[in-house]
Design a protein around this ligand. Sequence first.
Ligand code: AMP
Length: 279
Amino acid sequence: MIVARTVAEFRAARAGAPAPVGFVPTMGYLHQGHLALVHAAREECATVAASIFVNPTQFGPNEDFERYPRDEERDLQLLEAAGTDLVLLPPVDEMYPPGDTTRVRVSGITEVLEGARRPGHFEGVTTVVSKLFAMVQPDRAYFGEKDGQQLRVIRRMTRDLLLPIEIVACPTVREPDGLAMSSRNVYLSADERAQALSLSAGLRAASEAFDRGERDAGRLRAMVREGIEAQPLTDINYVSLADSETLEELDGAVGRAAMLSLAVRFSGATLIDNVTLEP
Ligand code: AMP
């Protein structure tokens, strides 16, 4: 496994890599959710490239950029064991050269949900992913359904910029009790960790109700809300049931594919999760 810390080093290693090249961008502190993306890339691609970069432009001024968990040594061991060929691990000034003023912005679907909660977040995401795509030039890039809105934003950007990259979505990997794996789960206290089960439990209950024929958007959202509100350490930012493509909030009967998603704040972290509902 080649570990490149500069753009030039990465480009030199990439030059001889056999196609197709699969790419897994991450912010590190890897867990089984990230590794599922690497495994999917390994199955389908001759070369697997991954990046570890905690991207400052996607964090707001009062967010956790400084304290975001990091463990480079362990991450590299996990990537190597999973069969990664190339790792890009750049310092901030390689990704954002001094004087950098260029940003990539997708409008519309970036303005709701996580975009409303975190102004500027998606501009940071699309900017860094554009830079990473330009550097890695992958044939396929792997993203988790866990970040459902991000996946849709990246698909839109890739399509709009005519990038010849296939965006591959991988299912959310969960702890045995249902909690979606996240690098931010380490911020939870033991009590919060127990109460955080209400997120996935609510999504699952609503999804099961949907499969039994419940189609009312308001009632489906309410089912999720009630279970979470019963937990005193939670603070709901949003529970949304939106068109899976446009992310426009749905009312009345759900007649097309929809994303049921939520963001819930705990004392040290906000967790997000979602499921897709398909009639
Ligand atoms: P992050 O390091 O949080 O930026 O995530 C890097 C990639 O891993 C993104 O495509 C995420 O959607 C994906 N990912 C994170 N957590 C999970 C999970 N529990 N299951 C599947 N994919 C995930």
